[in-house]
Design a protein around this ligand. Structure first.
Ligand SMILES: Nc1ncnc2c1ncn2[C@@H]1O[C@H](COP(=O)(O)OP(=O)(O)OP(=O)(O)O)[C@@H](O)[C@H]1O
Length: 253
């Protein structure tokens, strides 16, 4: 039996600072993080323990380093990984994950996705250089991405250039299947092959634009969506052994 530390699902809690509006309205911070423990106290007597707890003053870099760095390194070793942000509206999912719109943000404020994309391409470059230095044939890398949105029971392809974001009634060709092992997979999803960090972030931005435009038409009460940005890394070694891994970054309102 796997020990608790071997568990492949880790849960991190992040507490965001109060927004100006909340301060003006006199809202109180009701969380207290137990020093040195991944535990948060709500009020006086409700304690909750997670794998990681990040208090109000936590920085994006620290979150990335603690929760995501190893996952990207693992992708180069052939492991799939998913980063999933969950929380009620305004809780800080977008801020923590980051989007392709982060161009005006300082490097310090960059979220998980741009950091992961940078890390991935830096990792590719350093592996190519290392191979050249040691005189072996560098591995060949291919990076591609998919971007989906689940809204109610509908699945939308945010990379489908033919899709009119204002016309939500147009059905996509995406199908969700389950294989014999119970794993879920999709077919009919648009994949974008990219060559660089900039190109991948541009894809994220364009897809997110499609998502935002669509969501302005939704009833605020029902604007619950689940966006899945998936990066595929294909690594081919000298003897042509092909290794394909998947990194998913999701958010759920
Ligand atoms: N850790 C943080 N530090 C500073 N500001 C933050 C932090 N987390 C969130 N914010 C700010 O709080 C506000 C709400 O955050 P955000 O938009 O990320 O929430 P969300 O969970 O994505 O909301 P929604 O589900 O409505 O899209 C934003 O103005 C964001 O900049």
């Amino acid at each position: 039996m796997a020990s608790q530390n071997d568990c492949c699902v880790k849960v991190a809690l992040r507490i965001r600072p109060q927004m100006a509006k909340e301060k003006i309205e006199g809202c109180h911070v009701c969380t207290l993080v137990t020093p040195g423990e991944p535990q948060v106290l709500l009020g006086k007597d409700k304690a909750f323990t997670y794998d990681f707890v990040f208090d109000i003053d936590s920085e994006q870099q620290h979150i990335y380093q603690t929760c995501v760095y190893k996952l990207i390194e693992g992708c180069f070793e052939g492991y799939n990984a998913t980063v999933f942000a969950y929380g009620q509206t305004g809780s800080g999912k977008t801020y923590t994950m980051g989007t392709g719109f982060d161009v005006n943000l300082s490097l310090q404020e960059q979220g998980i996705i741009p950091r992961a994309v940078h890390h991935l391409f830096e990792g590719i470059q350093s592996r190519r250089e290392r191979a050249q230095e040691t005189g072996i044939q560098p591995p060949e890398f291919k990076v591609s991405a998919q971007f989906l949105e689940l809204y109610n029971e509908e699945i939308l392809d945010l990379f489908d250039g033919a899709r009119d974001p204002d016309n939500r009634s147009r059905k996509s060709n995406i199908r969700i299947h389950e294989d014999a092992n119970g794993s879920i997979y999709t077919t009919g999803v648009t994949s974008r092959l990219v060559q660089s960090e900039e190109e991948l972030l541009q894809c994220l931005k364009l897809g997110a634009l499609s998502r935002t435009t669509a969501s302005t038409q939704m009833n605020a009460q029902s604007s619950r969506s689940h966006a899945i940005f998936t990066i595929y890394l294909c690594q081919m070694r000298v003897f042509q052994q092909q290794q394909m891994v998947r990194l998913e970054v999701r958010r759920r309102d």
